[in-house]
Design a protein around this ligand. Structure first.
Ligand code: ADP
Ligand code: MG
Length: 582
């Protein structure tokens, strides 16, 4: 190509792996990529931005991944995370596993080193067999080796992430693939758009009849609504089902707001009573996992007392803990619609004996809690601070609440009502710390709504550097750090008497607000509930990135929040350490 002309002509007729991948994502309606640049995907991000995708760069892959996972939950389409090879991939893998565990669609696209060298373990740059590492943590994992297979690989990833029970999918992109060229027209023809991404899955009529028989026979029925129902985005149908059946219901934490928590059938404030006394539990998009004590134990009443009916899109979820008398295998919209159709106008709601007793308990407990939420203590306790958050969420119902921590999580979940669907993002099925800033970015970007993060000081530390990301993209995120100087509590001591601080305490009176100021956001301190209310109001009015250092009493928290029972106990601790709790 001595004169250069032929080269230009050739360029016009070819495309390459970079652009095929970008085109395949766009064809499948991807708008945003959550990314950390580096070899070999730096240019992929640049080109994607040039081609009209929004490419948001994070400071650490785990948070880009958590953002993609949250985006999947909020939009019912796979959130896309893009990372570099080995270490970047591993950082993102935690989030992919989190998405899979939570049944959320996400695709982790990672660059990888050259197969010829990696597979012979010759010691390549960031050498790792990423596909093998990803497989046990993902719903599916694929590698694309040829440019003409990019369309196929992306389609496989989209299908696997969404259809049936959603989950995380890993897509391995060796660096060499991105530079491969192929004829432009052939390339275009090789791409595919996945049709009917969230395909309906309709339950068998006999299963619907069986379920209605069991539900009808119940004297003290209870519905438990999980985040699968929030994810399903059939809010009106779920509401119609709840109101037609007339059962008291418990929303799991991310299903809060699917019906407003103030709904007369909501039994959250009578949780112990309904779990113990009910004779039939109807699970809708919720698993009987550890979060529900596997449906057994003292809190669940006598063994054999309850029958279970369950709607789930995943057949193998049935009987995974308790025997399911009436499984409804299908998507929630199809199952709920089939039930409603069969019921027609012909349904007798449970007796007032049951629903009235539940209602009474709810009202008593809510009334008992109310005065505690109105204190103006300084430093604050959890109730006083969360009383303010509760008011804010009632006044600004489109705000998305992100919540993580121990006490900051458990108490916020029970105190703060959510009023609309998918307005609460938290630590999910694993109860992981670190989802905060990634979830906040995704919530702001995917919805445009104001985001309010209620963060334990420890939880915040896992993703705190992403405040720079929040400032860089100027997102309407207000972070409230419940700062009690430590993990669980700030008053722990070194049981060996040495100079090092206790394993569970941090620097006293840390000035977290300066972290936000460092990047141009608003950073302020709130020492009492009135100040907290005022500073949140300012943040919402300006929609500026804001960090409020909310000073909580060091001794306000409990060890491990509400799940201290999960800590193993030592038989010798009582003898060796006078400080050990009885
Ligand atoms: P929670 O933690 O809120 O109880 P889980 O994550 O345990 O919720 O359960 C969600 C369940 O919802 C999973 O078993 C998942 O298979 C199911 N699921 C997800 N999407 C759908 C859907 N569209 N239709 C039916 N079930 C769904
Ligand atoms: Mg703390």
């Amino acid at each position: 190509m001595a004169d250069g002309t032929t080269e230009t002509q050739a360029d016009q007729n070819v495309t390459d792996g970079f652009h095929l991948l970008i085109d395949a994502l766009k064809l499948n309606r991807v708008e945003t990529i959550y990314n950390v640049p580096g070899i070999p995907i730096t240019d992929l991000g640049r080109y994607a931005q040039a081609q009209g995708l929004r490419v948001l760069s994070f400071r650490h892959e785990q948070h880009a991944g958590y953002a993609a996972a949250a985006a999947g939950f909020l939009t019912k389409r796979p959130g896309i995370c893009m990372t570099v090879s080995a270490p970047g991939f591993l950082n993102g893998l935690t989030a992919l596993a989190h998405a899979t565990t939570n049944c959320w669609p996400m695709i982790l696209i990672s660059g990888s080193s050259e197969r010829e060298i990696v597979d012979l373990q010759r010691g390549d740059y960031e050498e790792m067999d990423q596909l093998a590492v990803a497989r046990p943590h993902a719903k599916a994992a694929y590698r694309i080796l040829e440019a003409q297979d990019i369309g196929l690989g992306v389609a496989r990833a989209f299908r696997a992430a969404t259809t049936g029970r959603p989950g995380g999918v890993y897509l391995d992109i060796p660096g060499a693939l991105l530079g491969q060229v192929m004829d432009e027209v052939e390339g275009k023809n090789s791409l595919r758009q996945v049709v009917d991404l969230n395909a309906a899955s309709v339950p068998a009529p006999t299963a619907v009849d069986r379920a209605l028989d069991v539900l009808e026979a119940a004297k003290k029925p209870l519905m438990i609504i999980g985040k699968g129902a929030a994810y399903a985005q059939c809010d009106d149908t779920v509401r119609a089902l709840v109101e037609t059946l007339g059962f008291p219901y418990l929303p799991m934490s991310m299903a809060k707001g699917l019906l407003p928590d103030t709904h007369p059938q909501c039994a959250s404030a009578a949780r112990s009573l309904v779990l113990k006394e009910s004779d039939c539990v109807f699970l809708v998009g919720a698993r009987l996992n550890w979060l529900l004590s596997h449906g057994q134990g003292k809190g669940w009443g006598e063994p054999g007392q309850k029958s279970f009916v369950q709607i789930d899109i995943e057949p193998t979820e049935m009987d995974s803990n308790q025997a399911i008398s009436a499984p409804l295998i299908g998507d929630i919209e199809s199952c709920a619609s089939a039930l409603l159709e069969k019921i027609g106008g012909n349904w007798t709601k449970p007796s007032e004996n049951w629903t009235g007793a539940v209602r009474e308990k709810v009202e008593t407990n809510v009334a008992r809690m109310a005065p505690r939420l109105r204190n103006n203590n300084s430093p604050m306790d959890y109730q006083g601070a969360l009383g303010v958050i509760k008011e804010v969420m009632a006044e600004h119902q489109d705000t998305i609440l992100v919540n993580e921590g121990a006490n900051a999580l458990d108490q916020c979940r029970s105190i703060v009502d959510i009023h609309k669907p998918r307005k609460r993002l938290d630590v999910g099925t694993w109860g992981i710390m670190g989802i905060g800033m990634g979830s906040a970015v995704a919530a702001a970007v995917e919805t445009g709504n104001q985001v309010l993060c209620v963060e334990g000081d420890s939880a915040f530390g896992f993703s705190g550097m992403e405040v720079e990301t929040i400032c860089r993209y100027d997102l309407p995120v207000c972070i409230v750090i419940f700062n009690n100087n430590g993990i669980y509590r700030g008053d722990g001591e070194n049981w060996g008497g040495g100079e090092d601080p206790s394993t569970t305490v941090f620097v006293k009176d840390a000035k977290y607000e300066l972290m936000m100021q460092a990047f141009g956001g608003a950073g302020v301190v709130a020492t009492n509930p009135d100040e907290l209310r005022r500073t949140i109001a300012d943040a919402f009015a300006t929609r500026k990135p804001t960090l409020i250092n909310a000073v909580i009493a060091e001794d306000a928290g409990r060890e491990s929040g509400n799940i201290g029972n999960l800590n193993p106990s030592s038989v010798v601790a009582q003898r060796l350490y006078p400080q050990a709790k009885k």
